[in-house]
Design a protein around this ligand. Structure first.
Ligand code: PEP
Ligand code: MG
Length: 898
């Protein structure tokens, strides 16, 4: 197996790159694109990439090297030295390298990087001689020891920061840049001592010299340890969490890129920066990004110094040429990758070097805008434009915004780093954000700047607010990726994380933990207190892409809704009907009392009155629904849940009885309560989800389906007489044998005929069933003989196929199954292949029983893009999902068809 790939030029200027952009699974995203940039003639500092597979082999063998791998690395290192005409560790003219992670999928800032590798007590002299800049050389060496100790050896970064602070205090200076070469040389000595005192000899016996751990001087030892650390960082907790969050497989591994260092901190004709070829927040065609003069790579992203906008680069003295070349490269990269790219670059003494490029992360708004613009520019086709947008990401656009009519005082302004608005209690640490979310409280995470350790808190919070960092800072990049609102760089915010408060300079406002704040990541506004939020509408770019999607998709998209408002909303989002109206949702509130009367009374007259009341109420419900969906199908499902769900909890009653007794309540009142409790208890089942529910209810209490069908037919008749075009359909849930359907179909048909006669209208109401039990799926040919349509209830079908309780999936074992990879994903979120087989079988057999059968899916999976791809293969006609997911499903369905 080939484990190492070279990139860049040889000593004669010939390209000796071995990889290319298609090799991301082998070389990682960074390695594959460094190779690609070298191949298309862009200036890339030479280096080599160690494969992702080597990382996994190393990890799977308990962190031991595959045979021969270290020899290959040594060969490539020597080759790199030959190409550069310099040796690592050389005392005259040393080569320095960076060692960077680079996984197949971008995982920004989650894994480790070591810079300036190769410095030791000999090569420092070479660096001084070559640069004639002792201060720069000693600063590089102290940075290397610091980074190596922290990243590779896991020492606490504060040990070094404290030493720097002590040095600054001793010299009476405020800034790192005021320390002299001698000060830095002294710091190097101190850093080496810190290393010796804190690294355990038992952990690193090979680093022991003369009985004491020493900072490694041998560059090959430095290199091996750094590579091992980068490999190890694949499985660090934050990387593992990030993968889980972004559905990235755990077995991909990371590549390691060893690359010759170039320096952006060699004076005022040197610079470093990050940029996007278009605006990643709104998609506008403009160069976007930040740079810092005389700085090293991580300074820009870390938000330590305030950066300048990239468009100004070509106007800076000494950087004009590099600035212009960079803009040319932006265009080259866009034309080559036919997408918006993000870039890291360094200018070393006027010479531009490209350190990274990849297809850039962007907000949903930017994704839409860029796809549409690139189609107009002729760079991509309409199909590609539709495929470019991640359906899941559209969710961001369906996020809340500040209500235009709301009034509020702007407390502070920052950069509009990630769109959408959030309201929540201020919290000042990631842990507090997680705690608030777990307690069900909405929060906004307020930080000086975020770092990868804050990830869990960023996920838990509604939004992110920082006082530092630009639009390419950690907080901004991660928030955009997650679709979380983010305002960053609010300089007036003076945060004291320890005290859990922030002071707004120029005001006497103090934001303390728990104070509600509102942020608008679209405008960069921060408000003290809660601002009313509204949902946005489908307009502009979103509407355009969805219209394009509609041209390609073959699956219909309907909505699950059970009130006229949701129905109207889903219609405005493009729903082509209601795939599931859960009528039990119409039995809540005041209605609960009525259904309780029906369930708990044996007196026929009382029951009949209750059913009559329900009929009146339901007729009104259906009237509203059918009117909102005029001309489109509305599938009404007959009552489904076990009846005890409408009753009070016997346990609560038991507590109440005990309290009554303890406070000496009237014996008769107590007896009455006890009777009620016993009655309710008599409805209790061991497995209610497998008990008296679905069609079984209608068979035991035929008065219920008669009432519901009568209400449907009556509402329909009324609308027809008013000139509308209502299209209800009746759906019978939880059927397992055809006789159930046959019987209830008979009841429904008879009722419809009665209403037709009473009202003097003809009512065409298709009657169908849900397929949500395995037996129904495997005997679908029989069942279809009595059905006009099938709707696959994949929630129950998943529950009954696996024998997993859908109400307890968050509990003990399913999370364990996911962690142990016994299940690849939660089958209640994305349809399982086994369950999908039952769906496919149900569709196929169903058509044998009834060639005109219409088939849909109305479980939660109907709104899940990955599941939609699978349903496309199953041959269903449409999916049905919650109103807000309708746009997502339209796009996913188009992608499934393409
Ligand atoms: C289903 O089971 O998938 C379904 C849509 O019905 P419910 O979720 O109401 O049980
Ligand atoms: Mg169901």
């Amino acid at each position: 197996v080939k484990r190492v790939y070279a990139f860049g030029k040889d000593a004669d200027g010939n390209n000796v790159t071995e990889g290319n952009t298609s090799m991301k699974m082998v070389l990682g995203g960074k390695g594959a694109n460094l190779a690609e940039m070298a191949n298309i003639g862009l200036p890339v500092p030479p280096g080599f990439t160690i494969t992702c597979q080597t990382c996994m082999e190393y990890a799977n063998a308990d962190n031991t090297w595959p045979e021969g791998a270290l020899d290959t690395i040594r060969e490539y290192r020597e080759d790199l030295e030959a190409r550069m005409g310099k040796r690592i560790g050389d005392a005259e003219d040393p080569l320095l390298v960076s060692v960077r992670s680079g996984a197949p999928m971008s995982m920004p800032g989650m894994m480790d990087t070591v810079l300036n590798l190769g410095l030791n007590d000999q090569s420092i002299n070479g660096l001084i001689a070559q640069t004639e800049n002792p201060r720069f050389a000693w600063d590089s060496y102290r940075r290397f020891i610091q980074m190596f100790s922290n990243v590779v050896m896991g020492l606490d970064g504060d040990l070094f920061e404290n030493a720097i602070t002590a040095m600054k205090n001793a010299r009476g200076v405020a800034s790192d840049t005021d320390l002299t070469a001698e000060d830095l040389q002294e710091l190097v000595r101190e850093f080496k001592d810190i290393f010796s005192e804190n690294v355990l000899a038992a952990d690193y016996p090979s680093l022991v010299v003369d009985g004491e751990v020493q900072f490694p001087q041998d560059p090959m030892v430095q290199l091996q340890l750094a590579i091992e650390a980068v490999f190890g960082s694949w499985n660090n907790p934050r990387a593992t969490l990030y993968r889980k969050q972004n559905k990235i497989a755990d077995d991909l591994g990371t590549a390691v890129n060893v690359q010759s260092m170039v320096f952006g901190n060699k004076g005022n004709t040197s610079a470093t920066g990050v940029a996007f070829t278009r605006n990643p927040a709104n998609g506008e065609a403009e160069f976007y990004g930040d740079y810092l003069v005389n700085a090293q790579g991580e300074d820009v992203v870390a938000g330590i110094r305030n950066t300048s906008p990239i468009a100004e680069l070509k106007e800076v003295e000494g950087l004009e040429e590099a600035g212009l070349e960079l803009e040319g490269i932006f265009t080259t990269l866009e034309n080559h990758f036919r997408d918006m790219c993000d870039i890291e670059f360094t200018i070393e003494q006027g010479k531009l070097w490209m350190l990274q490029t990849r297809v850039g992360k962007r907000t949903a708004a930017a994704a839409l805008h860029i796809a549409i613009e690139m189609e107009k520019e002729g760079l991509i086709t309409k199909e590609e434009a539709v495929k470019r947008v991640d359906p899941e990401q559209l969710d961001q656009l369906l996020h809340p915004q500040f209500d235009k009519n709301a009034t509020y005082d702007v407390l502070a302004r920052g950069l509009n780093a990630s769109p959408g608005a959030a309201v929540g209690e201020a919290v000042f640490s990631a842990a507090d954000a997680v705690a608030a979310a777990e307690a069900g409280r909405k929060c906004v995470l307020v930080r000086w700047e975020t770092n990868p350790d804050d990830l869990a808190g960023m996920i838990a919070a509604e939004g992110i607010l920082t006082s530092h960092g630009g639009k390419t800072s950690h907080a901004a990049v991660i928030a955009r990726g997650m679709g979380a609102p983010c305002v960053c760089g609010v300089e007036s915010l003076k945060i004291d994380a320890e005290k859990k408060q922030a002071v707004v300079s120029g005001t006497d406002v103090v934001i303390s933990e728990g104070d509600v704040v509102s942020i608008d990541g679209t405008s960069g506004i921060v408000v003290l207190g809660a601002v009313d939020l509204v949902m946005p509408e489908l307009t502009g770019d979103l509407d355009t892409i969805l219209e394009w999607a509609d041209e390609f998709r073959t699956l219909g998209v309907r909505a699950n809704a059970d009130n006229p408002e949701d129905a109207a909303l889903s219609r405005s989002f493009g729903a082509q009907g209601i795939g599931l109206c859960r009528t039990e949702h119409m039995f809540l509130g005041d209605r609960k009392q009525i259904i309780q009367t029906f369930i708990l009374n044996e007196d026929e007259a009382v029951r009949e009155k209750a059913v009559n009341d329900l009929f009146e109420a339901q007729t009104g419900d259906f009237y509203g629904m059918f009117k909102a969906m005029d001309g489109l199908p509305v599938i009404v499902r007959l009552l489904d849940p076990p009846l005890h769900e409408f009753l009070e909890s016997p346990r609560a009653l038991d507590v109440e009885i005990a309290r009554m007794e303890a406070t000496g309540a009237d014996a008769a009142a107590v007896a009455e309560k006890r009777e009620l409790m016993e009655k309710i208890d008599s409805f209790a089942e061991q497995n209610p989800m497998l008990g008296m529910r679905g069609c079984r209810l209608g068979i035991v209490y035929p008065i219920l389906p008669v009432m519901q069908v009568r209400a449907i037919a009556t509402a329909m008749a009324k609308l027809k007489k008013e000139g509308f075009d209502p299209k209800p359909e009746v759906m019978i849930p939880l059927v397992s044998v055809k006789a159930e359907l046959e019987k209830l179909r008979g009841v429904a048909e008879k009722t419809i005929a009665e209403v037709e006669a009473e009202q003097g209208v003809t009512l065409e109401i298709p009657i169908g069933t849900m397929i949500e039990l395995p037996r129904a799926a495997v005997t679908a040919d029989d069942i279809a003989k009595h059905a006009d349509f099938f709707s696959f209830g994949t929630n129950d079908l998943t529950q009954t196929t696996f024998g997993f309780s859908r109400d307890d999936v968050e509990g003990e074992f399913v999370p364990q199954y996911l962690a142990q990879h016994i299940l690849p994903y939660n089958p209640f979120a994305t349809i399982d292949r086994g369950v999908a087989k039952l769906v496919a079988m149900g569709v196929k057999l169903g058509h044998e029983g009834n060639p005109d059968l219409m088939c849909g899916v109305c479980g939660e999976h109907g709104g899940d893009p990955d599941s939609i791809h699978i349903f496309q293969e199953c041959g269903v006609n449409y999916v049905s999902c919650s109103p807000y997911r309708v746009p997502i499903a339209r796009l996913a369905a188009a992608q499934a068809a393409l």
